[in-house]
Design a protein. Sequence first.
Length: 255
Amino acid sequence: MKTLACFFTSSVGRKFLMAASGGLLFLFVVAHLLGNLQIFLPPEAINNYAKYLQSHPELIWPARIGLLVFVGIHVWAAVTLTLENRAARPVGYWGRPAPYGASPASRTMMVSGVALAAFIVYHLLHYTVVVDGLSGARVPLSQLKARHDVYAMMVAGFSVWYVSLAYIVGVGALCWHLSHGLGAMFQSLGLKNAVYGPCLDRAARVVALVIFLGYSSIPVAVLAGHGREYLHQTIERIAAGDAPGSPAHSTADHR
């Protein structure tokens, strides 16, 4: 028990916890992206995927609780380590250049982390809790959620330009964070050395860029017209009182 307490209170132990929790959260980011990219398939693909998750609470709730725990550990470790570092050096090096090799992303990890936290809260309120007042969409997202039509929800949500802009900025904060965090993760886990360390840092930046392009492609495609006809037909069916799964619903144009 004493050893465990020392692990949580030591800087090495907390760096390990921050790296491990960050790595697990990164895997979720990748899995979430792959799920969301199904919007470029016929609507049934992402709708069936979402329906499967919602119909298996024994899978989705442990995952949600696990994510919450990992986020809590990651934030706790980052904040306590940052406060300790500042306490050890209460007076900054004014007028001196940044340490050699320190990237802009590494010097702004707390800033990008706070921006990312704000984006996550907005994202949950927008698409998970579904607060209609935040969407600005021409059809309440709650109505589309009741129809289990995630495809239409995404199209309706991202059809609002300032919502799409907020998502692109939020994803930018995420990937800015990852561009340094992924390399630092290997360092904290003891898996980085002077030989292949620079390669890991470059790979981290490439991976972060790929993730940014993947997530950003969705609102950009919607603003360019992807799924617009499907959403229009869905709104017409709602106005006509058609239920999901009706013949009109199953034969809709997927453009």
